[in-house]
Write a protein that binds this ligand. Structure first.
Ligand SMILES: [Zn+2]
Length: 259
């Protein structure tokens, strides 16, 4: 892999109110799953592409209707091998609001989403380590260097768009740490394409029934407004510190996986 030329080598998938640096160029990327608006820029001396997952035909695409396959395929078509995803989450384990949790595994509680590129043949992609260990290690180093509060945890993805019930949170908190609506199937689709994928989650609220009052979208947006520039800075620093060569096994997850 080389950062020479104009081709991007990193992708950032941003969530609600995601940040865009100055001086980007937007191009429409056509895929067989739909078109994606991609913003091209430079970060830490490398070419990057940024996709905002909630931006589409309607003003704000709800999480269960995001075209995850088009987004991941557009990134793949650009020749990018590494994705850093930004996700907002509720905490089920009392993480401080505004703190960062790196996803280390996931639980899939989605219901109606197309979760695979392999509809015509049987491919059992390996999910032993869904989030790229090499990228995660560099992100952890960056967070430590910046003295930021962070932890690692299991991401539970719900279908949405409603928030969860108290009983659902009670059940999910037995196995998971944070809950969100956009992490799956994105991570699965990236792995099916042999891409490295890491998720930096920002805690915007307590999960339903764990806070003192009901969750409002304005409290979520306030935290994101406040933290999105910081998140982007973390991403840029991570991109700058990552070695060019992939030392992980992410690209091999479909080897010996086909029936
Ligand atoms: Zn990897």
């Amino acid at each position: 892999m080389s950062s020479e030329g104009n081709a991007p080598t990193f992708a950032v998938i941003g969530g609600v109110k995601a940040f865009l640096p100055k001086g980007y160029e937007t191009r429409l990327i056509e895929t067989s799953f739909g078109n994606v608006n991609a913003h091209f820029s430079r970060a830490a001396g490398r070419n990057i592409v940024i996709v905002h997952r909630h931006v589409g035909g309607v003003e704000h695409v709800p999480p269960h209707r995001i075209n995850y396959r088009a987004i991941v395929m557009a990134i793949k078509q650009l020749g990018v091998e590494r994705i850093i995803s930004l996700n907002s989450v509720g905490t089920m384990k009392n993480h401080p609001i505004g703190s960062i949790v790196l996803a280390e595994d996931f639980l899939d509680h989605t219901k109606s989403r197309v979760s695979t590129f392999y509809n015509d043949r049987t491919v059992h992609v390996d999910m032993t380590e869904p989030y790229c260990p090499q990228i995660r290690q560099v992100i952890k180093d960056v967070l430590k260097k910046k003295n930021l509060v962070f932890s690692e945890g299991v991401y539970v993805c719900t279908e949405g768009p409603r928030f969860e019930t108290r009983t659902e949170i009670r059940m999910m908190s037995q196995f998971g740490d944070i809950v969100g609506m956009t992490g799956v199937p994105e991570v699965v689709l990236a792995r099916e394409q042999g891409l490295c994928y890491a998720s930096v989650c920002i805690v915007t609220n307590n999960a339903c029934g764990l806070g003192e009052k009901k969750i409002t979208t304005s409290e979520v947006l306030d935290v994101l407004e406040d933290k999105n520039k910081l998140l982007f800075d973390i991403v840029v620093e991570t991109i700058g510190q990552l070695p060019e060569d992939r030392s992980c096994n992410c690209r091999h997850s479909t080897i010996d996986a086909c029936l």
